[in-house]
Design a protein around this ligand. Structure first.
Ligand code: ADP
Ligand code: MG
Length: 791
């Protein structure tokens, strides 16, 4: 803490008898500069008393020092951050910029060429790093840091270590040839070192005898000499701040023609002119409450940290920003929906009895609970806005059908959307069976529906001749008009993003919405992806389910297929999943074609086998699925088209060829295709040349059937961006948040709380700051969040 340092200075001056010589060059000059640079509190008062220190008699000087101590005591009362060994973490490093002169982030979405020193050439290169605006450059954070705070002495070097040296150049030599070598002999007084650079002949014009330079790189001791091949160097210049040395230096991801030095240089300028003068759009009250640093501090320290402690505070603050923004948007959307009018459905007991009589089984306790949540939503007078979460096979479809049924009973149309055609067809079939003896008019609309049929369906929807329509999400991308759309169900939500969630609802005056997902995710992540939804969960599987037995086979395919034959001979069915449709020259993996041939001629000779893959038309696929369901085929060799939701009860075994080629989440989904009845089912994972990682992954599946555990493991292994894919998930393009690890999770909770505080009016947000916050949101998330109209 600067106050502590100042106190030490004063003590020393007192000890030496107020002679103004406690600092070489004059205590008074030093202390004035020190106060000017580091003290905010009562700064002017302190400066004033030291101004003519040198011309005062000793007696008066004594008084000045005493007065200074008094002021410092006050400062102490006002300062709760005490000195840390690591360095000083102050809330406002650049507080001398007045509020009016501060720069707003929302004004920085201008071409990066506006940055001093960035011409068209550099701009072109920056574009390769996806840096197009001034904002992008400011938010281009380092991927790592180098601790270059301490200079080493040559005599203490250890062979192979990376070290920073300060040497005086003794001689410069150039060796010309195929390879141009410039070498420099330097000394720091404790030893000599030879630094060499290859094919950079211009260096001999820069590095001159007698010059003092910093060298950074790996050192080698060979033939009795210290050497440093291709080091970084920096030449200190009078009056100029060192950029690459004597600090914690940022390390950026680079592209051709953009060196670390150039990027650091541009950034240090940008931070000096802009980053250190940023207007903070987060309210002071929140920053105080959460003990967070200011925005200018965070941006300055994420690039050029004063200490590792400062870096940590900077990271915390920047992660907070990203999560606070997202949580605010999600929370606001939730509020908007909750405050909107919705269709107030009436739900009589006889509707429920009627539905129960239509279905072939008794609902589980969890299913009943979820149905109660849905009943509460539908009768509230506000739009339902709910996520139904349940592992594969937990029985979500029937809950969806209940909701559709209630909409029908209230005279409204409804739509159920699935991520694939196969699933849309399957749900349509299930619904058709259940509602067979009712007057409900159902329709199926997919991209393979004939145009004549399609026209008929669209007309039926517009005139309310059709009550329920099933289809893929292509359904809403086109101009489907409903007479009275009361309810939307979206199955397997993780396939759709926040974006689609928005566009869906724009079709009507916010109809009731139920989204369903089988992707098990930790609570914190759920808050991020689904923070705008109310959540219901189905935990228990329907009664009588036997856990699927999973086994990994290394190269022992015949052994696996022997088990498959046993299952087929019991009258059961099997899936075989392959990574590719056809053989590929570039990818060495099993294809549907190859495996089909192999099984037909060898392992499963004599059994009825069909192929299914994404290259087939919708009609063909539907026919194959139908034939597989009704027993014309016993084995379905396919790509991952069967991944989600396909429900064939007597399929009891799934073989996954080259299982190491698939992600854990996909494998778990695939496994969910079996074990859908009270028959013992199996999942066989065949792998040929697995990596160590792959073996670890596959073993997770052998150990657990619990989707949540699988997901946790996956999350740790790959991070959420990888798993959900930014585009699919609607997860925003975070610059620093990873959502993995303690720190992010903790900040997420805080950010959520603060966003809700703001939404409910519990934080008196500064109006100027709020304006900037809204403006920033509307720029950063434009087009992404249709339902958020920002003032
Ligand atoms: P998911 O949640 O993966 O979408 P489904 O809705 O497809 O699961 O249900 C899986 C299977 O369980 C289906 O065959 C369905 O008919 C059956 N099922 C659903 N609920 C029950 C229940 N309460 N009792 C028995 N079987 C059920
Ligand atoms: Mg399903």
């Amino acid at each position: 803490m600067s106050v502590e340092k100042l106190r030490k200075l004063l003590l020393l001056e007192r000890k030496r008898g107020y002679k103004n010589d406690s600092v070489i060059g004059g205590f008074d000059k030093f202390v004035l500069d020190f106060i000017d640079r580091t003290v905010d509190f009562k700064k002017n008062e302190l400066l004033k008393i030291f101004l003519n220190y040198n011309s005062l008699p000793l007696e008066k000087r004594k008084e000045v020092i005493s007065k200074a101590f008094e002021i410092l005591d006050e400062v102490k009362l006002n300062d709760n951050e005490q000195g840390k060994e690591e360095g000083e973490v102050k809330r406002n490093t650049y507080s001398e910029t007045s509020v009016e002169n501060r720069i707003k982030l929302s004004d920085l979405f201008t071409p990066v060429q506006f940055v001093k020193g960035v011409g068209p050439e550099i701009a072109k290169k920056l574009k390769k790093l996806n840096i197009e605006t001034v904002y992008d450059l400011l938010y281009y954070f380092p991927r790592a840091y180098l601790d270059l705070r301490n200079v080493k002495k040559i005599y203490s070097l250890k062979n192979g270590e990376a070290a920073l040296l300060k040497v005086k150049i003794v001689s410069v030599q150039e060796r010309k040839g195929k390879l141009n070598i410039v070498s420099v002999l330097g000394t720091d007084g404790t030893g000599y070192i030879v630094a060499t650079w290859f094919n950079q002949p211009y260096l001999k014009n820069i590095l001159k005898e007698g010059m003092e330079i910093f060298l950074f790189g790996k050192v080698q001791f060979s033939y009795g000499k210290w050497e440093m091949p291709s080091p970084d160097y920096e030449i200190p210049q009078e009056g100029k701040e060192l950029i690459n040395t004597l600090r914690i230096a940022p390390v950026y991801s680079l592209t051709e023609g953009l060196s670390q030095k150039i990027l650091r240089n541009k950034l240090i300028n940008l931070i000096e002119n802009t980053g250190s003068k940023l207007f903070d759009y987060v309210d002071e009250e929140i920053l105080q409450r959460r003990n967070m640093v200011s925005l200018d501090y965070a941006i300055s320290n994420i690039h050029f940290p004063q200490s590792f402690e400062s870096l940590k505070k900077a990271k915390e603050r920047l992660i907070f920003n990203e999560l606070f923004e997202l949580q605010y948007i999600l929370g606001r959307r939730k509020h908007l929906i909750e405050e909107s009018e919705g269709y107030r459905f009436v739900i009589k007991k006889e509707y429920i009895d009627e539905f129960n009589a239509l279905i072939p089984f008794e609902l589980t306790i969890d299913q009943k609970k979820v149905i109660q949540d849905i009943i509460d939503d539908l009768t509230s007078g506000h739009p339902m806005n709910r996520l139904l979460h349940g592992d594969v096979g937990s029985g979500k479809t029937i809950v969806a059908l209940f909701s559709l049924f209630i909409a029908y009973k209230n005279g409204y149309q409804s739509v159920m959307m699935s991520p694939t055609e196969i699933l849309a067809e399957q749900t349509f079939k299930t619904a058709s069976t259940i509602f067979k003896n009712t007057p409900i008019e159902l329709a199926l609309l997919t991209s393979s529906t004939s145009s004549r049929k399609r026209k008929e369906i669209l007309e039926g929807l517009e005139k309310h001749k059709t009550d329920m329509v099933f289809g893929t999400h292509a359904l809403i991308e086109e101009s489907v008009k409903f007479a009275e759309l009361g309810l939307i169900v979206v199955d397997e939500q993780h396939r759709f993003g926040v974006l689609q969630r928005g566009s869906l609802k724009e079709k009507a005056i916010i109809p009731h919405t139920l989204v369903m997902s089988a992707t098990p995710i930790p609570r914190t992540l759920a808050l991020t992806l689904y923070g705008d939804l109310n959540v219901s969960v189905i935990k228990e599987l329907p009664k009588g389910r036997i856990p699927v037995i999973t086994r990994v086979f290394y190269n022992e395919e015949e052994l696996a297929y022997r088990h498959v034959r046993e299952e087929l001979d019991k009258g059961h069915k099997a899936y075989v999943v392959c990574p590719l449709i056809e053989d590929s020259e570039s990818l060495d993996a099993q294809s549907v074609e190859k495996v089909y041939e192999r099984l037909a001629q060898n392992h499963l000779k004599g059994y009825k086998i069909a192929k299914l893959h994404g290259g087939m038309s919708g009609k063909e696929k539907a026919q194959v699925m139908e034939d597989f369901r009704n027993g014309k085929y016993q084995i379905l060799v396919s790509t991952t088209v069967v991944e989600v939701g396909v429900d064939v009860k007597d399929a009891t075994v799934i073989v996954i060829e080259d299982a190491d080629r698939f992600g854990l989440a996909t494998l778990h989904q695939l496994r969910g295709r079996v074990g859908r009845s009270n028959l013992q089912s199996y999942c066989f994972l065949i792998t040929r040349n697995p990596s160590k990682d792959a073996i670890e992954r596959l073993n997770v599946l052998e150990k657990t059937n619990n989707g949540f555990e699988v997901a946790e493991f996956d999350l740790r292994l790959r991070g959420p961006g990888e798993i959900f894919g930014t585009k699919q998930s609607g997860l925003p393009d975070f610059k620093i948040t990873t959502l993995v690890g303690e720190m992010d999770m903790k900040i997420l909770e805080i950010a959520r709380e603060e966003a809700l505080n703001l939404l409910s009016g519990n934080t008196k947000y500064d109006p100027e700051k709020l304006k900037e916050f809204y403006k920033l949101l509307s720029i950063k998330y434009k087009n992404k969040i249709p339902l958020i109209e920002v003032a």
